[in-house]
Ligand binder design. Structure first.
Ligand code: ATP
Length: 340
C-alpha cells in the first residue's frame, strides 16, 4: 500500500455554512496502481486528492503516504515527503514567461540541483515525453496536448513515486486525450510510478485505470477493480457512469416485441468477463434445453485487456423448462432478470 485513507473526514467552514466535502473515506492505493476517482462536480474529488500531498488536511482521520502520516507533517519533513509526490493539473499551470526547458527544470532549480545534472535530467525527460524539439519554445506556442506533456515532464523531474492527476485531460480533445492517457500509462509502466487520477470522465477510467472509486456527495459509494466494477456496477451512480461507456441496454423495439410475445417467457441479461460466452451459447448447447433460447442483444467491450460480453436472452417454455436454463445460468454466469 502506498496511499491509505483511514476514516478521513474533511469539513470546510465558510462564514455561514459547513460543507462536509469528504465523509468517512477509507481507501487504499497499492504500488503500481492507476487509481481513478470518478464523480460529478462537487463530489469531493479535488479535496480528496489534495489531501494526498497535504495541500488540504483532514478534519479527522489519517492519510498515510509512503509509510508516513502526511497530514501530521510540517516544515522540512513535509517538504521531504512531498518530493516523492508530484501533481499535474487540468489547466497545466505552466509559467508562460519561461521556455519549456525552464518550466521542466524548475523543480530541480528549487531543489538546488547542480546545473549539469539539471541539463542531463531535463534532456532525458523531454525525450521521454517526446518534446525534445520544443525545449526553447514558450508555452504560448504549444498545443494543449503539448502543454500537458510539459506538465508531466515537470512532474517527473524529481523522480516521484506518486503522480497525482487533477482532471488531466478535461481541457483536451478526444485524440489528444488518448495520447496523454498513453503517456500516463508509459509513466506507470516504464517508470513504475503509482498514479491517482480524479476525473468526471468515466472513459478515462475505462482506458487506463486498474482500480476505481466512485464518489458522490463526499462519500465513496463504490470501489474496486475496474473490470469488476464495470462488469457489475451496484450503485445507481456507478450504473449511470458505466452505462455511458458500456452498451448494456436491450434496444427498446426488440425488448418491447419480446415482452409482448404470448406464452411463458423470461428475459435475462448475462455478463461475462473474459470467458468465451459465445462458444457457450452455440446451437449445440441450446439443444440440451427444451426451452427456446433467443438472443435479443449482444455487446462486447474491451477494458484493461479484458473482454466484457453482455448478452440479452429471451427464454421461452414451460416454467420448468425456463427454470432449467436459469439454474444453468446461475451456476455459470453473472446474470439478472429483466423485468417485463
Ligand atoms: N476551500 C473551500 N472552502 C469551502 N468549501 C469548499 C472548499 N473547497 C471545496 N469546497 C466545497 O467542498 C465540496 C467538494 O468540492 P471539491 O472541489 O472537492 O469537489 P470536486 O468533486 O472536485 O468538484 P469539481 O470537479 O467541481 O472541483 C463542494 O461543495 C465545494 O464547494
Amino acid at each position: 500500500m502506498i496511499i491509505q485513507f483511514e476514516n478521513v473526514e474533511k469539513t470546510f467552514n465558510s462564514r455561514k455554512i459547513q460543507v462536509n466535502a469528504c465523509k468517512n473515506i477509507n481507501l487504499t492505493v497499492d504500488e503500481g496502481d492507476i487509481f481513478g476517482v470518478v464523480g460529478y462536480s462537487g463530489a469531493g474529488k479535488s479535496t480528496l486528492i489534495r489531501m494526498v500531498n497535504a495541500l488540504e488536511r483532514p478534519t479527522s482521520g489519517k492519510v498515510v503516504v509512503n509509510g508516513v502520516v502526511i497530514n501530521e507533517l510540517r516544515g522540512n519533513e513535509l517538504r521531504k515527503a512531498r518530493k516523492g509526490i508530484s501533481m499535474i493539473f487540468q489547466q497545466f499551470n505552466l509559467v508562460n514567461a519561461k521556455t519549456v526547458y525552464e518550466n521542466v527544470a524548475m523543480p530541480l532549480i528549487l531543489n538546488h540541483t547542480p546545473k549539469e545534472e539539471i541539463k542531463k535530467r531535463v534532456k532525458e525527460i523531454l525525450e521521454f515525453v517526446e518534446l525534445t524539439d520544443k525545449a526553447d519554445t514558450y508555452p504560448g506556442k504549444l498545443s494543449g496536448g503539448q502543454k500537458q506533456r510539459v506538465g508531466i515532464a515537470r512532474a517527473l523531474t524529481t523522480n516521484p513515486s506518486i503522480l497525482l492527476c487533477d482532471e488531466p485531460t478535461s481541457a483536451l480533445d478526444p485524440k489528444t486525450t488518448d495520447s496523454i492517457l498513453n503517456l500516463l500509462k508509459k509513466v506507470n509502466q516504464e517508470l513504475n510510478i503509482t498514479i491517482m487520477i480524479i476525473t468526471h470522465q468515466i472513459n478515462i477510467v475505462q482506458k487506463i485505470c486498474n482500480k476505481v472509486a466512485v464518489m458522490e456527495d463526499g462519500c465513496v459509494v463504490e470501489m474496486g477493480k475496474v473490470k469488476e466494477v464495470f462488469a457489475k456496477p451496484v450503485q445507481p451512480l456507478t450504473k449511470a457512469f458505466v452505462d455511458t461507456v458500456v452498451d448494456q441496454s436491450i434496444p427498446e423495439t426488440i425488448f418491447e416485441a419480446a415482452a409482448a410475445e404470448k406464452g411463458n417467457s423470461k428475459i435475462v441479461k448475462i455478463r461475462c468477463l473474459d470467458g468465451n460466452v459465445c462458444d457457450t451459447f452455440t446451437p449445440g448447447l441450446r439443444e440440451n434445453f427444451t426451452a427456446e433460447i433467443k438472443t435479443l442483444f449482444l455487446s462486447v467491450n474491451e477494458m484493461q485487456g479484458s473482454v466484457l460480453t453482455i448478452i440479452g436472452l429471451q427464454i421461452k417454455g414451460t416454467r420448468e423448462e425456463i427454470e432449467e436454463v436459469l439454474v444453468y445460468l446461475r451456476e455459470n454466469y453473472e446474470y439478472e432478470e429483466v423485468a417485463v
